[in-house]
Ligand binder design. Structure first.
Ligand code: SF4
Length: 274
C-alpha cells in the first residue's frame, strides 16, 4: 500500500511559534500558564502540563508574578487590559497574521468605517478580532451577509471594511466579496485568509482526488481539522478523521492501495509519523 503524506501536514508557522514560546518560557523556570489550551491538541497540552505549564480559562484566574501566554488565535484588547491588572507578565504568541487583522479592524473603526468580519462568530480568533473594535458585524457566510445588507436601507453608502477569519475557505470568502461589492458602494476589502491554510486545503483536495482513502489527523474540536476532512470528503469516499494512529484499524484499509495523510495545523510531526 502506498502512503503519501501531504507536505503541508502539521504545524503551521503561527502554531510552531506559539509552541516554541511556551517551551522557552517553561524552560526558564517561570510560573507559566496559557490562556486557554495553547493549541487544539491534547497530546501537546498534556506534554506541557508535565513541564509545569498550567491552563487558565479567564484573565482573573491569573496570579501576580505568573507568566501568561496568549495563544496564536489572539484575544481582544480587553483581555490584555484585564491581564495587566492582574500583575502578570504577558507573552504574546498571537500569530502575526491574526495580529495584522486586529490592526486593520481597529484602524478602520478609528477612520469611521464599520468593520465586517467573515468567520464563525463563536470561534476564539473571531471573538478576539471583534474585540479590537467597539462595534462590528460578524457573518458566518454569504447568506447572512446578504440578508443583513438587504435588511437596512441606510447601509448602501456606509463606509465598510471587510476582513476574514484566517481559516475561511477561498470559495466562501469570494462569495462574500461578490455580495459586498454588489451591496456596498463605499467598501474596503482586506483578504486576510492565511495562505498556510489555503495551501493545506488545496493540497488535501489534490491528494484526496488521487487516493482511495484519506486520513486526516487532528483534534476533532479544531475547526481547521474539521474543514480539512470536509474538503477530503468532497473527493474521496473513505475519509478517517483521527486523533492519533490508535484510532485506525487495519481492516479500515482492506483493498485500499493508495492512502493520503494530511493533518491540521495543531498536529505535531511525531503524531503524523506514528
Ligand atoms: Fe497563523 Fe495561519 Fe497558522 Fe493561523 S493557520 S496560526 S493564521 S499561520
Amino acid at each position: 500500500m502506498s502512503v503519501r503524506i501531504a507536505k503541508s501536514a502539521g504545524f503551521c508557522f503561527g502554531v510552531s511559534r506559539a509552541v516554541e514560546l511556551v517551551e522557552q518560557a517553561a524552560g526558564s523556570g517561570k510560573k507559566v500558564a496559557t490562556l486557554g489550551p495553547i493549541i487544539h491538541n491534547r497530546h501537546v497540552v498534556d506534554k506541557f502540563r508535565t513541564l509545569g505549564v498550567g491552563v487558565i480559562d479567564r484573565p482573573d484566574q491569573a496570579r501576580p508574578g505568573q507568566t501568561v501566554i496568549i495563544r496564536s488565535h489572539g484575544v481582544s484588547r480587553n483581555v490584555y487590559e484585564r491581564l495587566e491588572k492582574q500583575g502578570v507578565e504577558i507573552i504574546d504568541a498571537t500569530c502575526p497574521f491574526v495580529k495584522r487583522i486586529h490592526g486593520i479592524v481597529s484602524r478602520a473603526e478609528e477612520e469611521g468605517k464599520l468593520p465586517v468580519i467573515i468567520g464563525t462568530p463563536t470561534h476564539p480568533e473571531v471573538e478576539g478580532i471583534a474585540g479590537w473594535c467597539s462595534h462590528c458585524e460578524v457573518f458566518a457566510g454569504p447568506e447572512e451577509l446578504e440578508n443583513w445588507a438587504k435588511s437596512q436601507n441606510n447601509l448602501k453608502n456606509s463606509s465598510i471594511c471587510m476582513v476574514s477569519q484566517t481559516t475561511s475557505t477561498e470559495s466562501l470568502w469570494k462569495s462574500c466579496g461578490k455580495i459586498a461589492k454588489k451591496e456596498f458602494t463605499n467598501l474596503k476589502i482586506f483578504d486576510t485568509i492565511c495562505r498556510a491554510t489555503e495551501y493545506r486545503q488545496s493540497e488535501a483536495a489534490e491528494l484526496s482526488e488521487v487516493c482511495q482513502s484519506m486520513v486526516v489527523v487532528g483534534d476533532p474540536k479544531s475547526s481547521n481539522t474539521g474543514r480539512l476532512a470536509m474538503i477530503c470528503r468532497e473527493h474521496c469516499d473513505k475519509v478517517f478523521l483521527v486523533d492519533n494512529a490508535s484510532d485506525l484499524k487495519a481492516e479500515d484499509f482492506c483493498g485500499v492501495t493508495d492512502v493520503g495523510i494530511t493533518a491540521g495545523a495543531s498536529t505535531p510531526a511525531w503524531i503524523i509519523k506514528e
